[in-house]
Design a protein around this ligand. Structure first.
Ligand SMILES: [Zn+2]
Length: 501
């Protein structure tokens, strides 16, 4: 076997309940990685009204979100509706990355065993990893240049991001450097534990790594906590609490000074967040202190989601460094005006912050599926607009299709040769069924907006809009029978989606 088992040295999707413990004998008999599963998340203290305890797997069938296959156990297959939600979550985060200064990178899925040796995964995490080898042993190039080496499917992005940091000479002026990555990750969960979107072998994280100076830790954590607040309030998830896990008693790397600087910075950032936080004395990972974000649902059940982990270990393993004046002060996160000290420059190891706000995108989807229970906010809804036709005469069908084209941004023009899709999902129900029945069915299937196209609107080019299911924002007209031009409606819907409502 290529890899052997032990504990993760990075953000693991932390799934509530059904905790399982993985021990890391090399570093600490106490080191425990908690994993669990969140298949029973239901509602929040605010909105939306989720009254059912339905499991996300059942809801996913009703809403046609994802399926699974015996040919790839533990790898959810997202159907078009599921992919829409996934892509909107990712697009939402990308918008926030602009504000929070993250640069997205695209990194390999497989790396040679030598990389996992360097990162410590080979030693500590191998049982949870998949090995990749070439099946073409007869090929001539397999014996040359290590081409026949064994590879590992990546379970985490951090080593790849360390390679990017190491690819250039860095100065203290370049820091902080923040990389974001949505790469698929693979972890070899035992087959009996696999379930829906919560216990999987293939998933994506909204993974981020911040390489910063010791003096920048507090500001980076403060910003990350703000990021968490913005994201969870957009989803109307919460309340949540924060816990700080500090230096383990015995097994830890780094100096006590380093830990004290880091823990002091984390505490100040937590105080500044004005959120409740508690301390888990001695419960930090061996490689650094961490903050966990624990969501509470309306049943009082807690779900661990986002994690922020400081890491003194990985930058050392990868021999990362940046040039700074007064390196002795720099290492302690201090500044000096002493000219002799400032004349000296040296290499300082950056602090690495692993952070994920959603954690596993798939697992957060599971939580949201149960949280919204079919009442998706418009921006996330995979079923946004349904046009029901009064009859299926050709002029009415043509009108319905024209409205669909306008709302989806599908109509072409010589001035705009490339597509300007709006990203809205607009379906047509032209079955020969009464409009009352079609309209009721559209609502029960979760469509946010139901439009009626009939012969009455052919001369005006308008459409009858039922916007009663849209969340009120003070601007959107309310009512079930609003006559509107498709372009007027488009502006309203674009504003809704753009405001994440
Ligand atoms: Zn990481």
């Amino acid at each position: 076997m290529l890899f052997k088992r032990a504990a993760a040295a990075c953000i693991y999707p932390r799934l509530p309940s059904q905790l399982c413990r993985i021990r890391c004998p090399k570093y600490s008999p106490q080191l425990v990685v908690h994993r669990s599963c969140s298949s029973h998340a239901t509602a929040t203290a605010t909105t939306p009204p989720s009254t059912s305890n339905a499991d996300h797997r059942q809801l996913a069938v009703q809403q046609e979100l994802f399926t699974t296959s015996i040919y790839s156990p533990g790898s959810p297959i997202l159907l078009p509706n599921g992919a829409r939600i996934f892509n909107r979550l990712v697009a939402f985060l990308r918008q926030q990355y602009t504000r929070y200064g993250f640069d997205e990178v695209i990194t390999p899925t497989i790396y040679k065993k030598a990389l996992w040796e360097k990162s410590g995964h080979l030693e500590n995490y191998s049982d949870d990893m998949f090995t990749v080898t070439s099946t073409s042993t007869s090929r001539g190039d397999m014996s040359k240049g290590g081409e026949g080496d064994e590879y590992g499917l990546k379970p985490m992005n951090c080593p790849g991001h360390c390679l990017i940091f190491a690819s250039q000479r860095r100065s203290y002026r370049d820091l902080p450097i923040r990389y974001a990555d949505f790469s698929p990750l693979h972890r070899n969960e035992i087959s009996g534990a696999l379930s829906g979107l919560t216990r999987v072998r293939r998933f994506h994280q909204d993974d981020g790594h911040i390489f910063c100076r010791p003096s920048q830790i507090e500001e980076e954590i403060r910003k990350t906590l703000d990021f968490v607040r913005v994201v969870y309030s957009t989803f109307k998830l919460g309340p949540y609490r924060l816990t700080l896990s500090t230096r383990p008693k015995d097994q830890y790397i780094g100096t006590i000074d380093e830990w004290e600087v880091a823990e002091g910075a984390l505490k100040r950032a937590l105080d500044a967040s004005e959120q409740d936080w508690t301390i888990n004395e001695g419960d930090g990972a061996f490689y650094g202190p961490k903050i966990d974000i624990i969501l509470r649902d309306s049943d009082g059940k807690e779900h661990q989601t986002a994690t922020i982990q400081l890491d003194f270990q990985l930058p050392k393993r990868f021999e990362l460094g940046y040039i700074a004046p007064a390196p002795e002060y720099e290492r302690r996160g201090e500044t000096t005006t002493d000219p002799d000290a400032l004349n000296e420059t040296g290499l300082v190891t950056p602090v690495l912050v692993h952070r994920a706000v959603l954690g596993s995108v798939e697992r957060l989807m599971a939580l949201l599926i149960e949280h919204y229970n079919g009442n998706w906010p418009f921006w996330l809804n995979p079923r946004q607009v349904m046009i029901v036709t009064v009859n299926n005469s050709e002029p009415v069908l043509e009108h319905a299709r024209a409205v669909q084209d306008i709302l989806m941004g599908r109509q072409g023009s010589p001035e705009i040769p490339v597509s300007q899709a709006t990203g809205l999902v607009v379906d047509i129900d032209d079955r020969q069924v009464s409009i009352g029945a079609k309209s009721r069915q559209a609502k029960s299937r979760g469509y946010s907006v139901v439009l009626t196209a009939g012969p009455r609107q052919l001369s005006s080019g308008t459409i009858t809009c039922d916007l009663s299911r849209l969340e009120s924002d003070g601007k959107t007209p309310k009512g079930e029978l609003i006559e509107m031009l498709p372009l007027e409606l488009l502006e309203i819907l674009k504003a809704k989606a753009g405001a994440y409502l």
